[in-house]
Design a protein around this ligand. Structure first.
Ligand code: FAD
Length: 152
């Protein structure tokens, strides 16, 4: 945990809907896998209630959080409840987090148990993104990005 915590990531909320019930879970184990076909991978703890919901719905969405959405990351990790109702949008039939930086809507392509997690490959069916700054996660803390490109 300490060593892999040095691998900086973005922060996403995985969402799905099953029997009219929306469920969300904060995740940073998200990666791109293939362009042809377009595949991404998410890793879900076998103890997470999200697991059965993704299996049942066979679809999930990934909302990439912006630097203004730390509170939502804490909320969907069960670490701090928001008092106000969480605002979801709908994207191609799937719930997503309102005002996120990007949405990826997937159909489950394959699932592989891996230790205490299940790896879900999602076939990307729809994508959307807007300009903005991402929320990042490093050694258990949240950061925004700092640009270190050489100025021309
Ligand atoms: P719960 O614990 O029941 O739900 C999580 C929270 O979301 C609860 O507070 C719940 O109230 C809220 N919530 C869910 N649905 C709704 C809704 N419809 N409306 C309002 N609130 C709702 N775990 C992984 O398995 N894989 C990862 O890649 C991963 N990455 C993480 C990255 C970060 C930065 C953090 C902080 C945590 C990460 N976790 C990851 C841990 C994971 O987010 C938590 O263990 C989470 O609580 C598991 O969610 P759950 O599906 O068991 O649902």
């Amino acid at each position: 945990r300490d060593v892999l915590g040095r691998w900086v990531t973005g922060v996403a909320v995985i969402t799905t809907a099953w029997k009219d019930q929306v469920h969300g879970m904060t995740a940073n184990a998200v990666m791109s896998v293939s362009l042809k076909p377009p595949l991404i991978l998410v890793s879900i703890d076998e103890k997470a209630s999200m697991l059965a919901k993704v299996r049942a719905a066979n679809h999930f969405a990934v909302s990439i959080l912006s630097s203004e959405q730390k509170a939502l990351s804490l909320h969907f990790a069960g670490q701090r409840q928001r008092n106000e109702t969480v605002a979801f949008d709908w994207f191609m039939g799937l719930p997503v987090i309102k005002n996120a930086l990007a949405y990826i809507a997937c159909k489950v392509y394959d699932a592989h148990p891996a230790g205490d997690h299940v790896l879900f490959l999602g076939e990307v069916e729809h994508l959307w993104a807007r300009p903005g700054r991402p929320l990042t996660f490093y050694q258990g803390r949240y950061y925004a990005l700092q640009d270190i490109e050489d100025k021309k």
